[in-house]
Write a protein that binds this ligand. Structure first.
Ligand code: DSN
Length: 415
């Protein structure tokens, strides 16, 4: 796409882009938060809108020259509202972390209590984890999953809510393979007079495609990234009930951010149009089906899956019974052309940088057209690698087979 001009001006960066594009073509990408944005989304993101400053909101900007920007941003807002059934949308957050920070800044006072899922149980850093700004500026009380079935412990959520009277309850996760029961969270929030934030960063594409229940009408505010299952550009999105629109907009700008990245908003507008199609619904259903087939394959090989399986796009595999550390498995899998991330599992005795598990997701593979047969083969490859992570010959052989599979299922244009 833009490789020609980059090559002319900066061959070093052009080469790195080519190498990364090749890596993304020739490996199986199982990081559940990654995907392949379409060529149209990438092109919109690299467009003239990258050159424009537009602090403010449509019709209320601080600089001139906003005629096209305003139309674009309104288009993205309207598409987001229509796709998710939201009363209000703000498409300016730079990504998911600033989106969450803006929600807190808009709805809370410093020191207020939030009730959220703990990071080691599948939550996110920005849900009040102690080393982050969300944990330092707000009083985060955290719930987790039950030891016996590794599903969200709603008794604990309700008890903590009654005891701590949070102003905001946060639901949504980064490493939780089951449906989020938004209605149940809302009932607890209502009982204690809290607002409910649903962070749907991981599952927004599944929701848009009808493969996961919607957070609306339950959540007061919904935050998301735009580049995961939704398959848009790197970016963030906040949607909310009309009553919170002013507070959220003021928190994003001028509260937290300066000029919005209108090029990312252009990419988002394209992605939202793509998500509002029958093809996208087919993709969303296939993401979940692929994850479930991969889960069945891994269970067949004796893997221990957190919560026993999956309802969404991801699996969390506890490797303790295999006697292999998550990091060792992830590194061996990479040598075999299978890219995932080491991940903590609930109640993990190991440290986050050297945890007991790996996290696997199917969005990127599904986007490139891989289906159930490929998932079964993938489970066999993962089992073989985890059984012999130091067997260089085996890893090389699987890497060649992975490259063959990838060659038959080209990813969308990448550069
Ligand atoms: N980095 C994302 C993930 O991998 O889940 C969350 O921000």
């Amino acid at each position: 796409m833009l490789q020609g001009p980059i090559r002319d001006v900066d061959p070093e960066v052009a080469r790195l882009i080519e190498l990364e594009a090749t890596r993304q073509q020739q490996t199986l990408r199982l990081i559940p938060s990654e995907n392949y944005a379409s060529a149209a989304v990438l092109a919109a993101t690299a467009s003239a809108f990258a050159n424009k400053y537009s602090e403010g909101y449509p019709g209320k900007r601080y600089y001139q020259g906003q005629g096209h920007v305003d139309v674009l941003e309104n288009l993205a807002i309207d598409r987001a509202k229509a796709l998710f059934g939201a009363e209000h949308a703000n498409v300016q957050p730079y990504s998911g972390s600033p989106a969450n920070l803006a929600v807190y800044f808009g709805l809370l006072q410093q020191g207020d209590t939030i009730l959220s899922m703990s990071l080691p149980h599948g939550g996110h850093l920005t849900h009040g984890w102690k080393i982050t700004i969300s944990g330092k500026f707000y009083n985060a009380v955290q719930y987790g999953v039950r030891r016996e079935d590794q599903r969200i412990d709603f008794d604990q959520v309700a008890e903590l809510a009654r005891a701590h009277k949070p102003k905001l309850i946060v639901c949504g996760a980064s490493a939780y393979p089951r449906i989020i029961d938004f209605a149940r969270f809302k009932a607890i929030a209502d009982e204690v007079g809290a607002l409910l934030l649903a962070d749907i960063a991981h599952i927004s594409g599944l929701i848009a495609g009808g493969a996961h229940p919607s957070p609306f009408p339950h959540a007061d505010v919904v935050s998301s990234t735009t580049h995961k299952t939704l398959r848009g550009p790197r970016g963030g999105l906040i949607m909310c009930k009309a009553a919170h629109a002013g507070a959220i907009d003021r928190a994003v700008f001028p509260g937290l951010q300066g000029g919005p990245h209108e090029n990312a908003i252009a990419g988002l507008a394209v992605a939202l149009a793509e998500a509002n199609t029958p093809d996208f619904r087919t993709y969303a259903a296939a993401v979940v089906r692929n994850a479930q087939v991969l889960a069945e394959g891994l269970l067949h090989h004796g893997f221990d899956l957190v919560s026993g399986g999956t309802d969404n796009h991801l699996l969390l595999v506890d490797l303790t019974n295999k006697g292999v550390r998550g990091k060792v498995a992830a590194q061996a899998l990479e040598r075999a052309g299978i890219i995932c991330n080491a991940n903590s599992v609930p109640f993990d005795p190991r440290k986050p940088f050297d945890p007991s598990g790996i996290r696997l997701g199917t969005p990127a593979l599904t986007t490139r057209g891989l289906g159930e047969d490929a998932m079964r083969t993938l489970a066999d490859w993962i089992a073989a690698v985890v059984a012999s992570p130091d067997d260089a010959q085996l890893l090389e052989k699987i890497a060649a087979e992975v490259a063959d599979l990838c060659a038959g299922h080209p990813a969308p244009a990448l550069n």
